[in-house]
Design a protein around this ligand. Sequence first.
Ligand SMILES: [Cu+2]
Length: 164
Amino acid sequence: MSWIQILRVAFAGGLLLALVACGAPGASGPQIRIVDPWARPAMSGGMSMGEGHGGHGGAATSAVYFVIRNEGDQPDALIGATSDVAEKVELHETRMEGDVAKMVPVPRVEIPARGQVEFRPRGLHVMLIGLRRDLKVGDTFTLTLRFEKSGEKPVTVTVKEMNP
Ligand SMILES: [Cu+2]
């Protein structure tokens, strides 16, 4: 082996060690990932369809959906959200009471360790109340989700028609 070769091997070995060190799970805790955030289209001057219909004293509303994945070994909880596009942002769950769908505010949504929670139509959703602008299909906006342990996580939400 020439000096060059020895240096190469040593360098490659060191690089590998560095990669392993970085890839290893460091501090334990929740590791939150928000998958595929989307919102229903709505007009700021009028009513949106579905969730929010009539429920907020005529204020224009929309709802945001996504999947929250926790790849960490500690649970976390979603405790709130904010966005520039709405005056108020609340966590809601649609529940059936007999055959009437009712929206109930939820103060805290637990995200289990190595688990996921789905926000979807007729279930958990983030309610945008008092829209400041129209949400048209294809628009995007920022929603900041607030977690108990992971802190604030901004996500880009795409406005989409609901899948049939
Ligand atoms: Cu709602």
